[in-house]
Design a protein around this ligand. Structure first.
Ligand code: TYC
Length: 114
């Protein structure tokens, strides 16, 4: 991290003043990678138990957490099930869609930049 010393005058550091008081921290410009919300959508046909199973298996939720999120989707139409890097979010969406496709459920899962 860089310090911009405002009192680094030609009289040198031993001028009796406390350098630390005048030190200004410059904001570090760290680049955080964009994160993506994985969203689960409601439909009228996918069984509740299947959705709970998907949330437990792919999103590491407890049974209680999975029921809570499933019911939120069921009541509100959509819910965020997790926030991940682009690569992980893409994988999660593909895994949900593949499990649903195999069981012939119309469950939909998408991702959106946070
Ligand atoms: N609405 C579905 C039902 O009544 C349950 C359901 C919940 C489906 C969440 C999809 O993402 C979903 N069987």
């Amino acid at each position: 991290m860089t310090d911009q010393r405002l009192n680094s005058t030609p009289d040198g550091p031993d001028n009796g003043r406390d350098d630390a008081d005048l030190a200004v921290k410059t904001k570090p410009k760290t680049q955080r990678p964009p994160m993506y919300k994985v969203l689960l959508l409601n439909d009228d046909f996918t069984p509740m138990e299947f959705v709970v199973h998907v949330l437990e298996r792919l999103f590491m939720m407890t049974h209680a957490q999975a029921i809570e999120i499933m019911l939120t989707v069921h009541r509100k139409g959509i819910a965020v099930v997790g926030v991940f890097s682009h690569e992980v979010a893409e994988t999660k969406v593909a895994q949900v869609m593949e499990l649903a496709r195999r069981q012939q459920h119309p469950l939909q899962c998408t991702m959106e930049k946070e």
